[in-house]
Design a protein around this ligand. Structure first.
Ligand code: MF3
Ligand code: CO
Length: 285
């Protein structure tokens, strides 16, 4: 059988072959999936994404200060909108594929893409993911954190902590000229070791010039599989960790809210990263 290699990487006509070209082409010629050139951000683009990330982090820090029992998720949305716009930026979720609000707020058994609303009042013991994405001067950044409202159960607290560790471990597993599959492999192992499961229907993603770019960054998988990680690539890692089954469904009424099949809680943390010559650097600190 003839199997054509997917040739994402090519040297522009007339351009001289750089050391990077030679290196990436050698992987491609061995049949590895490599990024296209446009996924390699220029230093100027990385600075733009970093500036976007500064606003994005400012939003999350503000939410961290203000979030409390008795607050509605709509009030979180208002904070996010006002802060973002007053810093000259745009909340990326607003009107994205019809999403009606500026931020995703996902409480307890909601995995992600929860829609802020005036009827959802945060209660003591809730765990909530606030997922913030910002466009500044055309550059996108994307990060989310968990917040615990007051004190929660030890089990839910451990879920939140393990999800955070999964993000950290995924970050450490990503090496220049490693593979996307290395990240997911490390993350899933850590979740399983702790008796939790990893959502398989949603993944991290390239980001920067658009909200969602290549590659898909799955939070499970095999080492050495998936796309080659080349310095200059910008992407998110955003593991969703479930207390029970990994299976999820989408709320039919709103078409967005992702909920665990068994309605047990879920937790998620996310950063936007740039691959450098010595590993990942966080752009959403
Ligand atoms: N912020 C989500 C992510 O991490 C995407 C949300 S899409 C939205 O990729 F429309 F729901 F905002
Ligand atoms: Co994301």
């Amino acid at each position: 059988m003839f199997k054509r290699i997917k040739r994402n990487w090519f040297v522009p006509k007339g351009a001289e072959m750089t050391e990077l070209d030679k290196k990436v082409l050698s992987y491609q010629n061995r049949g590895c999936l490599v990024p296209s050139r446009k996924l390699i951000k220029t230093p100027e683009q990385i600075e733009g994404i970093r500036r976007s990330g500064v606003v994005n982090t400012g939003v999350l820090d503000l939410v961290a200060q203000e979030i409390h029992a008795g607050m509605t998720t709509l009030e979180i949305d208002e904070l996010v909108y006002d802060y973002t716009v007053s810093h000259g930026a745009i909340p990326a979720p607003l009107n994205y594929e019809g999403f009606p609000k500026s931020v995703c707020t996902s409480v307890n058994e909601v995995v992600c893409h929860g829609i802020p609303n005036e009827f959802e009042v945060l209660q003591e013991g809730d765990i909530i993911n606030v997922d913030v994405s910002t466009i500044l001067d055309g550059y996108y950044s994307d990060a989310s954190r968990m917040f615990v409202i007051g004190q929660t159960t030890p089990e839910k607290q451990r879920l939140v902590d393990v999800a955070r560790e999964c993000l950290e471990i995924g970050m450490q597993a990503a090496k220049p000229f490693g593979f996307v599959g290395d990240i997911g492999n490390a993350i899933e192992k850590h979740a399983r070791k702790n008796g939790f499961s990893i959502v398989r229907d949603l993944c991290g993603h390239g980001v920067g010039l658009e909200f969602h770019e290549e590659p898909d960054v799955e939070h499970f998988g095999r080492k050495g599989t998936g796309m080659l990680l080349v310095p200059g690539m910008v992407f998110t890692i955003e593991p969703m960790v479930n207390m029970g089954t990994w299976e999820v469904f989408v709320d039919e009424d709103d078409g967005w809210t992702v909920v665990t099949e068994d309605e047990l809680p879920s937790a998620q943390w996310e950063h936007t990263f740039v691959m450098t010559d010595d590993g990942l650097e966080i752009l959403t600190y």
